[in-house]
Design a protein around this ligand. Structure first.
Ligand code: SDX
Length: 429
């Protein structure tokens, strides 16, 4: 606790509150005695001013556009690390030695196969099923194959669950995609690295050889790194809340996938591409999109813009902005939607409405164009976000389970409904 104090005057009560400083960033006011001593509670829509936990995993400074995984700047991590090394770092808290990473990679590689019975599961979905619905359902269903690993307070069970989820989510995603286009499933290959394996499962067919371009595989690996964790965002808070009831890791992650699907969260990357394509169709009418985004009566938002925490440029968007150009150049591709995105960014960044509200491009603004450049269909974009975010969800869930301060998440409410009334039989209404 810090020496600094907070004092709260409520009616005739004066409450002396402890402060809980971060090693960096926000200081928390500990209000755990608030209701018992004042009979009052706090009200904070969207928890914009409320910490749900103390965490050591990811630091985000929204004012300065800073993102660090376990203290390492995202710029260095994206440039020098790999996705599986980041998964290890988030989960264990330290960068692995070469031997530790090799052993971790070996474990992941040898658990990428799905139980053959899971294939029947895909048959139950219509071809038109959105892959996020399949991913969330399959993740929860996967738990039925590992009943021995459900105990959240058994470190071995948690570690085995983590290995299976990180190993199998790309296989589930690729199988969902193959099902949607009527092609045969392509099985994982143990001689391939994580990103190459996923690209092979997604885009190869049994009728011919398929070579994954190592530059494309590296690009996908960097994209997954950029999505790996982001402190207490909506889907991570969902994973923590579900896990706080002692639900198993598969069930908690399945809930996180569903939360990520929302267009205000991970689903935004799909909306960004649809928005850019619409602007392209409208003859590059940026002003129309900007006007709609500013119109309170129009549910349309400038997808990929704005952020609860970043009131500056999202560092991930900044990395992706340059990265997308490199990928397109490598692909010898030229995507008019990238030009539209950069022009739209330029127009928005000079428009008072966006400037006044500190609305900057977020990770979703450029990620979709890069995913598309790598050959992924739009409906797979949020699935890619989920695969990237999985290590973060798992690390945050594990931290929650191990935190002695953890209690089942159960917020209060301010009741604003009818106080008391007697039941009226139907014939008298
Ligand atoms: C992610 O939290 C995380 O860390 C998330 C994430 C992660 O890694 O996990 O970073 C990933 O989800 C990124 C965000 C992707 N979502 C979008 O791009 C959808 C578009 N953005 C918005 O819907 C919005 O900016 C949110 C949801 C991201 C943030 O919402 P807030 O913090 O609740 O802010 P708000 O909706 O209260 O907006 C404040 C003002 C409002 O206008 P006023 O009422 O003040 O007049 O800004 C306006 C909003 O209408 N606004 C927008 C806008 N975003 C906010 N107006 C037009 N277009 C937008 N994109």
């Amino acid at each position: 606790m810090s020496e600094e104090r907070a004092t709260l005057n409520v009616g005739d009560d004066t409450l002396d509150l402890d402060l809980v400083p971060g090693t960096i960033g926000d200081t928390g006011i500990d209000i755990n005695r608030l209701r018992p001593t004042t009979g009052r509670i706090t009200l904070d829509f969207g928890f914009a001013n409320t910490a749900s936990c103390a965490s050591k995993i990811t630091y985000v400074n929204g004012e300065e556009g800073i993102l660090r995984y376990r203290g390492y700047p995202i710029e260095q991590i994206a440039d020098q690390s790999t996705f599986l090394e980041v998964a290890y770092l988030l989960f264990h808290g330290e960068l692995p030695t070469a031997a530790e990473l090799a052993s971790f990679t070996e474990e992941i590689t040898h658990h990428t196969l799905l139980n053959e019975e899971m294939k029947k599961f895909f048959d139950a979905f219509p071809k038109s099923a959105h892959p996020m619905a399949i991913l969330s359902s399959a993740t929860s269903a996967m738990a039925t194959f590992y009943p021995a690993f459900h105990n959240p307070v058994d470190p071995y069970a948690v570690s085995q669950s983590m290995i299976r989820l990180i190993a199998k989510l790309p296989t589930v995603a690729a199988f969902a995609f193959k099902k949607s286009i009527g092609q045969p499933y392509v099985y994982p290959r143990n001689e391939m690295d994580y990103a190459t394996n996923f690209l092979n499962m997604m885009f190869s067919v049994p009728t011919e050889d398929f070579e994954v371009d190592p530059v494309i595989a590296r690009a996908l690996d960097v994209l997954l790194i950029l999505h790996a964790d982001h402190e207490q965002n909506c889907s991570t808070s969902t994973v923590r809340l579900v896990g706080s009831s002692r639900a198993n890791l598969f069930a908690s992650v399945s809930a996180g996938i569903s939360a990520l699907w929302g267009p205000l969260h991970g689903g935004a990357n799909q909306r960004v591409l649809e928005m850019l394509a619409q602007i392209h169709e409208d003859g590059h009418d940026y002003e129309k999109a900007i006007a709609r985004a500013k119109d309170k009566d129009d549910p349309f938002r400038l997808w990929g813009f704005g952020h609860r925490v970043y009131k500056n440029y999202d560092p991930r968007a900044r990395i992706l902005r340059g990265f997308t150009h490199e990928v397109l150049e490598r692909m010898g591709a030229d995507d008019p939607l990238l030009d539209i995105a950069m022009k739209l960014e330029d127009v928005a960044m000079n428009d008072e409405y966006f400037v006044e509200r500190n609305l900057y491009p977020n990770v979703d603004f450029y990620s979709g164009i890069t995913f598309r450049a790598l050959g992924f269909p739009v409906r797979m974009f949020t699935v890619l976000f989920a695969i990237g975010r999985l290590p973060g969800w798992i690390a945050q869930w594990k931290e929650m389970v191990e935190d002695p301060n953890t209690r089942i998440g159960r917020p209060r409410q301010v009741y604003r409904g009818e106080v008391l009334r007697d039941y009226v039989p139907a014939e008298q209404r």
